[in-house]
Design a protein around this ligand. Structure first.
Ligand SMILES: *Cc1c(COP(=O)(O)O)cnc(C)c1O
Length: 361
């Protein structure tokens, strides 16, 4: 067996400890006589897995009692529709367009109502977070939407916009559990787990009680109502049981490590290693305004498409995988999620330094 350093933006690296536990429990979970994959979702064993996962997540994120935690399916993109279907009473919402994922969310929401662009950084290919200081909130907007960490472009919103009392809805898929967040500031805070929390197939939605309502858009399918899942504790139908189990193991791993505060320190350290190198490099440079740089997704380029391609192909061979940038941005992107060890970042920077040395002009 030889495991590589996997810099994929998602699905992404998982903690080795978690994979080992999953391996050990593959044939028999506890004394159940079966794999988690084979269990009834109504069994005691699975209910315990689900409720323990929820409680551990509540501890990790310090989730207040007036918020529900929902384990849903359909990936991040399903939320782009579920949010307007459940929240739009005036058929109006404000979206901050700071990258590909918020743009996609806004496009989907346009099916259901009038979408206003509250702020945008499209003018510079989303290489910065737009200024919120004179952001206009539409008086009848049902909510304000942001993507707090733009996975493709590598920006993070560090100061939340003033929504003038409107519920703030935030996609935190690619920064889930990477740093402390104050859940109280959000109406809905949600993420697909395949970036930083578990295997693809689960979307976690943390939603304030008053936003879980019956008076959703009339055509909303039962499965697309937050209320359906909240009333049934995420067990309305068969949930993605095995994937939830793995998320639970990741939560335990994080708790053991010291929680979100502890992993945040490690994440800051890892990102600093790479950004410091980029800032001193004559060959490579980061593509994002310094103040808005993501700790999770780090895009960089050489300035030459040929060199970028050569770098990616050589990095692959050296066991530094999935370093190629998103097709809309080009260049490279290293995702430094929670489970990426510091050694992985050091190996990447050493490799970059060697490449730079060889390509000195
Ligand atoms: C990956 C990603 C999504 C989309 O997730 P899917 O599960 O593929 O639909 C949405 N938002 C952000 C920020 C992402 O990184």
């Amino acid at each position: 067996m030889s495991r590589v350093f996997n810099f994929s933006a998602g699905p992404a690296v998982l903690p080795e400890e978690v994979l080992i536990t999953a391996r050990d429990e593959m044939l028999e979970y506890g004394n159940s006589g079966m794999s988690v994959m084979e269990m009834s979702h109504r069994s005691k064993d699975f209910e315990e897995i689900l409720f323990t996962a929820e409680n551990d997540l509540r501890t990790l994120m310090n989730i207040p009692d007036n918020y529900k935690v929902l384990f849903l399916q359909g990936g991040g993109c399903t939320q782009f529709a579920m949010i307007p279907m459940n929240l739009m009473r005036n058929r109006s919402a404000d979206y901050v367009i700071s990258g590909q994922w918020s743009k996609k969310a806004a496009q989907e929401a346009k099916i259901y109502g009038e979408i206003h662009e509250a702020a945008s950084s499209a003018d510079k290919n989303f290489s910065y977070v737009p200024d919120f200081s004179n952001m206009k909130i539409t008086p009848d907007a049902d909510y304000v939407y942001i993507c707090q960490n733009e996975t493709v472009h590598g920006t993070t919103i560090r100061t939340l916009p003033d929504t003038k009392g409107k519920p703030l809805v935030a996609d935190i898929s690619s920064m889930f559990l990477s740093e402390p967040v104050d859940v109280n500031k959000y109406g809905i805070i949600w993420g697909g787990v395949q970036k930083n929390v578990g295997p693809a197939g689960v979307t976690i939605v943390i939603i304030r009680d008053d936003l879980i309502r019956d008076d959703v858009m009339p055509f909303t399918p039962t499965m697309m109502k937050y209320k359906t899942h909240a009333d049934n504790k995420s067990l309305y139908n068969t949930p993605p049981c095995y994937n939830i189990y793995i998320c639970g193991l990741v939560f335990k791993w994080l708790l053991k490590l010291g929680g979100v505060q502890a992993i945040h320190k490690i994440n800051q350290k890892k990102a600093k290693i790479l950004y410091d190198y980029l800032d001193g490099s004559k060959l490579f440079h980061g593509t994002v305004e310094k103040k808005d740089r993501s700790l999770m997704n780090v895009p960089f380029v050489t300035g030459s498409k040929e060199l970028d391609a050569e770098f990616c192909s050589q990095a692959e061979k050296a066991g530094l995988r999935n370093i190629k940038g998103h097709r809309s941005v080009g260049g490279m992107r290293a995702s430094l999620y929670n489970a990426m060890p510091v050694e992985g970042v050091n190996a990447l920077v050493d490799f970059m330094a060697g490449f730079e040395e060889k390509h000195k002009c």
